[in-house]
Design a protein around this ligand. Structure first.
Ligand code: MF3
Ligand code: CO
Ligand code: CO
Length: 287
C-alpha cells in the first residue's frame, strides 16, 4: 500500500522537486523513512494553507456567533438562516448547500441524529436537547469544516457526559497528529477513550482530507490500531470529527436520504475540527 520513496520520486512535501534535491538529506539525518504519499492525498502548499486557514477562521466565527444565540424555542431553520447569512456576508459560500443534493447551508443534528440533520421550520429546539451544528465555508475556493455541540437549556447528566467525552475524544485524536504518526494512532486514541465509558464509535462516517475539495483522501477513521494506516506528513490537512453513541454504533438513514440516526435511537454527539500536520505537531485551523 505504501512504498518507500526513492531518490528520483517527487518529494513528499509537495515542493515539486525531486526527493534527492529536497528532503532526502534531512530525512536521512533524522532516520526518517520517507514514503510515497498515497494516491489522492494533497500535501498543501503554503499559499493553499493560508487560504484554508482564512476559510477555517470564518467557520470558527460562525460557530462562535451561534454560541451567543442558540436557545430553547428557536427552529433549526433559524440557525440555518444565520449560518447562511453570515457566510455570504463574508464573501464565502456555504459548502453543504446543493452538495450532492443537500438542501440547506448547514447540518443540524439533534439527540439521536448522528449527523447530516436537515434544518427545518418544523423542528423547534426544546430544553434538554443536544444539538450539533456543522459548518463548512468555501472562501476563495478553500474549505474549512468544523462542528460543535450546543446544550439547549438544562440537559440531563447522561447527555452532558456524552458531549464532554466526545469533545475530549476529538482532542485526544488531535494530540496524535504529528509527522511520522499514523492515521491509526488517531483512531486508537479516540476509540479507547470512548469505549472506556461504554460508548461506541460510529464506523459509517469518518474524518477526511479537506481544503481544496470538501472531501478528499485520506479517510480518518475514529477507531483503529496504533501504527496502522498511512503515515502523516507535514501539510496534510484533514478533519477529525468523532461521532460517539451511548448505544450501538449502527446507523439508519431516513427517507430524506440524509438524516443519519442511531439504529437504537440512543443519544449521539459529535465535535469536528480541521487540522494541519506541522513539522513538530499540529495546527488546529478551525480553533
Ligand atoms: N460537514 C460534513 C462533514 O463534516 C459534511 C456534510 S455534507 C452535507 O464532513 F451535504 F450534508 F452538508
Ligand atoms: Co467533515
Ligand atoms: Co463537517
Amino acid at each position: 500500500m505504501e512504498h518507500r520513496l526513492s531518490r528520483n520520486d517527487p518529494c513528499w512535501c509537495g515542493s515539486g522537486k525531486k526527493y534527492k534535491h529536497c528532503h532526502l538529506k534531512t530525512d536521512r539525518a533524522s532516520q526518517r523513512v520517507a514514503r510515497r504519499v498515497p494516491r489522492g492525498v494533497i500535501i498543501k502548499t503554503e499559499a493553499q494553507i493560508a487560504g484554508i486557514r482564512k476559510s477555517s477562521q470564518l467557520t470558527r466565527k460562525i460557530l462562535d456567533m451561534l454560541e451567543t444565540r442558540i436557545e430553547p424555542g428557536l427552529t433549526t431553520e433559524q440557525i440555518n438562516t444565520w449560518v447562511h447569512e453570515m457566510t455570504v456576508a463574508n464573501g464565502a459560500i456555504p459548502a453543504p448547500l446543493n452538495y450532492r443534493g443537500f438542501p440547506k447551508s448547514t447540518c443540524t443534528s439533534i439527540n439521536e441524529v448522528i449527523c447530516h440533520g436537515i434544518p427545518s421550520p418544523e423542528r423547534v429546539l426544546i430544553e434538554g436537547d443536544i444539538l450539533n451544528v456543522d459548518v463548512t465555508c468555501i472562501l476563495d475556493g478553500y474549505y474549512g469544516d468544523s462542528s460543535r455541540m450546543y446544550l439547549i437549556g438544562e440537559v440531563s447528566e447522561e447527555a452532558r457526559q456524552l458531549v464532554a467525552v466526545t469533545r475530549e475524544c476529538m482532542y485526544l485524536g488531535i494530540q496524535q497528529v504529528k509527522a511520522g504518526n499514523h492515521v491509526g494512532d488517531i483512531g486508537y486514541a479516540i476509540q479507547s477513550y470512548a469505549e472506556g465509558y461504554g460508548y461506541s464509535v460510529v464506523r459509517a462516517f469518518v474524518g477526511h482530507g479537506t481544503g481544496i475539495q470538501f472531501h478528499e483522501p485520506p479517510n480518518i477513521p475514529h477507531y483503529g490500531a496504533p501504527g496502522t494506516g498511512i503515515e502523516l506528513v507535514p501539510n496534510m490537512v484533514f478533519t477529525i470529527e468523532p461521532m460517539i453513541n451511548i448505544g450501538t454504533y449502527n446507523v439508519k438513514i431516513l427517507d430524506d436520504g440524509w438524516t443519519s440516526l442511531t439504529a437504537d435511537n440512543s443519544l449521539s454527539a459529535q465535535w469536528e475540527h480541521t487540522v494541519r500536520v506541522t513539522n513538530n505537531g499540529v495546527e488546529i485551523l478551525t480553533e
